[in-house]
Design a binder for this molecule. Sequence first.
Ligand SMILES: Nc1ncnc2c1ncn2[C@@H]1O[C@H](COP(=O)(O)OP(=O)(O)O)[C@@H](O)[C@H]1O
Ligand SMILES: [Mg+2]
Length: 242
Amino acid sequence: MLHLDDDLLIGRGLHRACYRHPRDPALCIKVVHNGDQTESQREQAYYRHLQGRLTDWSLLPRFHGVCTTDRGPGAVFDRVRDADGSTSVSLEACLTTPATLDRYRQALPAALAQLRAYLLRHGVLTMTIKPRNIALQRSDNGSALRCVIFDNIGCADWIPLALYSRRFARRKILRRWQRFEARLLAEHPEAFRPAQDNSRSPRHTPAPLFHLPARKAAAKDTTTDAARAPSTRPGAVPSRRS
Ligand SMILES: Nc1ncnc2c1ncn2[C@@H]1O[C@H](COP(=O)(O)OP(=O)(O)O)[C@@H](O)[C@H]1O
Ligand SMILES: [Mg+2]
């Protein structure tokens, strides 16, 4: 049985607490601290589905099975780490901490666009996409930034057509992403605004909001779906999940 010391705690979500693995710095262990194992089991079933077909795990931590801990059953995943070994910060922490935002701001839109393209390319399903469930993984100097999604993966539909139909999967991913993007821009406009141009007169109209280059970057494989996808409401009710 693994002993999970408080010192190993990385963070807590609504349902699970995540600890560094006591024996392997590349891994983390999630244990339920609130509720039952239902969501973890659903997530693990989706991971088993993915393990049969996904070859590129660059933006999704791998699942390594379950273990026994002194805090209950643990689910073992890759720990999202920066090049210096520290646990990567979440997008939420970045957006709410001005100093961190300043450091990541420039690379953020392209990293988000890359995550969107990844989900679409590989048909990786998500439920509500939230900034707190995305880690910003950076290389040593921060020049290369990756958005890694680590929670709310999969599909909770009664009839999960998206698991078996690429077309359904792409439509679902686009819908989720559009809601996420709309919420990001509504709640954190400052993060996606171009830097102030002080050389212009004060009466100069401020530049329009920066648009995530997602659609442009992934235009090749999403234009048709975007056109087909039903319209979405930015304020759509978020899922129960964390
Ligand atoms: N793979 C991971 N690598 C690094 N940190 C993680 C990883 N997964 C989760 N975390 C951290 O643990 C916290 C809780 O995990 P999460 O899976 O979001 O739990 P919940 O399902 O309760 O929302 C996250 O907010 C994050 O700080
Ligand atoms: Mg979470």
